[in-house]
Design a protein around this ligand. Sequence first.
Ligand SMILES: Cc1cc2nc3c(=O)[nH]c(=O)nc-3n(C[C@H](O)[C@H](O)[C@H](O)COP(=O)(O)OP(=O)(O)OC[C@H]3O[C@@H](n4cnc5c(N)ncnc54)[C@H](O)[C@@H]3O)c2cc1C
Length: 395
Amino acid sequence: MKFYDVVVVGGGPAGCYTAKVAAEAGVRVLVLERDPEIGVPVRCAEAVDEEGLREFLDPDPKWAVNRIEAVAFFAPDGTRVDINIAGMAGYVLDRRSFDKEIARLAGDAGAEIWTGASAVGPIVEGGKVAGVRVHRRGCAEEVQARLVVGADGVESRVGRWAGLRTTCQLKDMETCAQYLMGGISLDQNRIYMYFGREVAPGGYAWVFPKGNDVANVGLGISGEFAREHPPWEYLKAFVEERFPSAYVLGATGGGVPCSGGVRRMVADGMLLVGDAAHQANPVDGGGIIPALKAARIAGRVAAEAVLDGDTSARRLRDYEKRWEDELGRVHRMAYRIKEAIYKLSDDDFNHIARRMNELPPEDRTLGKAFQLALLRHPGLLFELPKILFQIGIRR
Ligand SMILES: Cc1cc2nc3c(=O)[nH]c(=O)nc-3n(C[C@H](O)[C@H](O)[C@H](O)COP(=O)(O)OP(=O)(O)OC[C@H]3O[C@@H](n4cnc5c(N)ncnc54)[C@H](O)[C@@H]3O)c2cc1C
């Protein structure tokens, strides 16, 4: 049986960045990735904000393929609002290359990476997870670990091995469908977001250009609505209406857990990071940067706990606490904003869009749009200043 200090299940951004940070701190790390190739298949619209990205990497054209400098929102009646995002640029990534870049950082820091290696169950000793049973290219293996990190994404099973509650309520699971399309001749440095019950109930549709008139065109709807009509039905209608002459180069789908975070992220000998811990932003479903931020903390705490010889849940709570301070609290506030936004009717959206367009262009900020949205919900009004301050959108 092989032995590592930390075994990370999942070779996405959360898993590989946790591995990088832990390996740099001097502990022996193994990453297990089920798929044969890191970064493939892509289940993502690939947009990130520049400020968040730069905390981890300088954008490289090999994987930061298109810079975004503007955002357009469309209300259900078609009213377009160009949002002023001055000083808040972003990128559309190529996740196939980006995820490999994060994995390369982990490998260079000394982590071992096994691809085509599925974690199929825990090794339990004294009631505590003490390793992982692995299927790798047709062979069964066992790997012992002082600490197991569950970075196994939205369908996470690892947490359940230790009794952690990782199930996402249907209403909080954004169920997504996306085409990679050619022939999308829009401004290539702008992203486009579309709202409305007919377009994407409990979510939104997006067009995220990647350059050369190629774009990720997709939508996410709340799981509640997906029971009646799958997201593919909405996507087909959206594309037929708005981009009849565009063509499909690929298709992908998946879920984003937008619950604002699982209650418990640690157990004896285990912690969860990234989508496995529901760390995506509950308002827009963006999970890449939050996963990296959580991984930075997780990797440090994992290494410190191993080096201290104490990987108990009690010791690992430090990770929960540091996450709470960095983003957890903000995400729970953002969750309440999401709830308010999703209660808005199409008429509310149309009204907000018209009000926004009455403002001078420089005042058409995201903060202003949220303010107008929350003003339609007087129940939340008294909390507005606190919420806006906490999520940093008082612009
Ligand atoms: C359609 C769609 C569009 C999205 N668009 C955006 C966007 O534009 N911007 C953004 O920031 N976020 C977006 N997201 C969310 C984003 O993709 C995730 O939040 C992000 O990938 C989370 O990273 P992660 O490492 O936690 O999980 P993942 O990237 O899902 O990685 C988990 C890895 O674990 C592996 N794995 C699972 N089980 C096992 C096992 N038993 N053994 C071994 N390996 C296993 C999987 O193969 C996978 O590689 C989108 C999601 C979807 C579905």
